[in-house]
Ligand binder design. Structure first.
Ligand code: TYM
Length: 341
C-alpha cells in the first residue's frame, strides 16, 4: 500500500495541558487545513507520546492524550476516510525509522537544534532523548511522505533538519525514497500566515508562550476558566508607546495581543490592526482581547465536555490499523536501502 495522495501531518506533545499558543500556532491551523483539504489529501494527526516521555513520566499521559484528541474535535475537525488520528507509540515503525535516521544524522547538526541548546546542552544529566528528539520527529514526517507539516515557528528548524535527512537518504538510495517536506517559507504560506506563528509569553513577550513557563499569568491554558484567562490578558505586559499597532520589535506585548485577536476571530491581522488604529488607551483594547479569549474558552470547553473517551478510542484504533500499513511499507523500503532486508 503506497501513498498516492498528498499528506498533511502534525503532532502536539501532551506534556500537561496545552496553551493558547499550541492552539493558535498548530491545532487551529491544522484543523482549518484539514477541513479544506481532506477531500483529496491524507490528513495525519498524531499524538507524539514517545516525545512526551522525554520530559515527563508522571502518570498523566493517557488522560492528556485523550484530551488532546478531544481538542482537535472541539476545534471543529471534520472526520472522513482520509483523516487519520493515531498514537505514535502504537506504530513501531516510528521508532525503527528514527534509529536508521540516527545513522544518517550528524552530532554537529543535531547539536545545533535550538531546543536542545536551550534545554539540555552542556549538562551531563541531560537525557539522550532531549538531544535526539528532532530525529524522531523527522521519522514521524518521512514515514508518511508528508509534504505539509503545520507547526509553530519554533519547530521550523526541525523541519529543515527533516529535509536535510531526507535528501541525504535519497542521495544514498539513488532515488526518491522520501518525499521532502516543503521549505518552511512555503509551509507558512500554506498555513495562511506570512511567517511562522509564534504566540508570546504574556508577561515576557520577548519569549514564546510555553507550557513550561513558571509564572501562571504568563500563559493561557486551554483548561483555564474563561474568567481567569481574561484576567491574565488584562495583566499582560504592554509598553509606554500608547499606540495600538503591530510592531513586534518595539511593542511585542501589544503586537502579541493583536495577533491573538486576529487568529481567534479568523480575521487577517492587517484588518484587525486597522480597526484599532488611532486607539491610545490600552485598557479598552485589552478588554476587547480578554472578552474574545473568554468567549472562545467558554465555547471550546463546552464542546470538549460533550465528547466521550470511548469515541476517541474508537477513532484511534481504526486509524492505527490503517496507517500502520503505510508506515510498515515505507520502513521496509528503507530497510532494503540500508541492507537490513
Ligand atoms: P510541541 O508539543 O512543543 O508544540 C506543539 C505545537 O504547538 C506549537 N507551539 C506554538 N505555536 C505558536 N506559538 C507558541 N507559543 C507555541 N508553542 C507551541 C509548536 O510549534 C507545535 O507546532 N516536536 C514537536 C511535536 C512533534 C511533531 C512531530 C510535530 C513530534 N513529531 C511531527 C509535527 C510533526 C513538539 O515538541 O511540539
Amino acid at each position: 500500500m503506497t501513498n498516492t495522495k498528498q499528506t498533511i501531518l502534525t503532532g502536539i506533545r501532551v506534556n500537561g495541558e496545552m496553551t493558547l499558543g499550541n492552539h493558535l500556532g498548530a491545532l487551529l491551523p491544522m484543523v482549518r487545513l484539514a477541513n479544506k483539504h481532506s477531500v483529496n489529501s491524507n490528513i495525519n494527526i498524531f499524538v507524539p507520546d514517545l516525545h512526551t516521555i522525554i520530559s515527563d513520566i508522571d502518570g498523566t499521559l493517557q488522560a492528556n492524550l485523550i484530551k488532546s484528541i478531544k481538542y482537535y474535535l472541539a476545534a471543529g475537525l471534520k472526520l472522513n476516510q482520509n483523516v487519520h488520528i493515531y498514537r505514535q507509540s502504537y506504530i513501531p515503525a516510528h521508532s525503527e525509522l528514527a534509529w536508521i535516521l540516527n545513522c544518517f544524522a550528524t552530532m554537529g547538526e543535531v547539536s545545533r537544534m535550538i531546543q536542545y541548546k536551550e534545554k539540555g546542552e552542556g549538562k551531563d544529566s541531560t537525557n539522550v532523548g532531549i538531544f535526539d528528539y528532532p530525529v524522531l520527529m523527522a521519522a514521524d514526517i518521512l514515514l508518511y511522505d508528508a509534504r505539509y507539516v503545520p507547526v509553530g515557528e519554533d519547530q521550523f528548524q526541525h523541519l529543515e533538519l527533516t529535509r536535510d535527512l531526507a535528501e541525504r537518504f535519497n542521495h544514498r538510495a539513488g532515488r526518491e525514497v522520501f518525499v521532502l517536506p516543503a521549505p518552511t517559507a512555503e509551509q507558512a504560506k500554506f498555513m495562511g500566515a506570512n511567517d511562522g506563528i509564534r504566540i508570546r509569553d504574556l508577561q515576557n513577550p520577548e519569549r514564546k508562550m510555553s507550557k513550561s513557563a513558571a509564572a501562571e499569568n504568563s500563559k493561557i491554558m486551554l483548561s483555564d476558566t474563561p474568567e481567569a484567562a481574561a484576567k491574565k490578558v488584562m495583566s499582560a505586559t504592554t509598553d509606554s508607546v500608547n499606540k495600538v499597532q503591530f510592531d513586534m520589535s518595539n511593542q511585542p506585548g501589544i503586537s502579541n495581543l493583536l495577533q491573538i485577536l486576529s487568529l481567534l476571530q479568523g480575521i487577517p491581522l492587517a484588518t484587525v490592526t486597522a480597526e484599532w488604529a488611532g486607539v491610545t488607551q490600552y485598557g479598552e483594547f485589552k478588554a476587547a482581547v480578554a472578552e474574545e479569549v473568554k468567549a472562545f474558552l467558554a465555547d471550546f470547553q463546552a464542546r470538549v465536555a460533550e465528547i466521550s473517551d470511548r469515541e476517541v478510542l474508537d477513532i484511534l484504533e481504526e486509524s492505527e490499523a490503517e496507517v500502520s500499513k503505510i508506515a510498515q511499507a515505507k520502513l521496509l523500503e528503507v530497510q532494503k536501502v540500508v541492507g537490513l532486508r
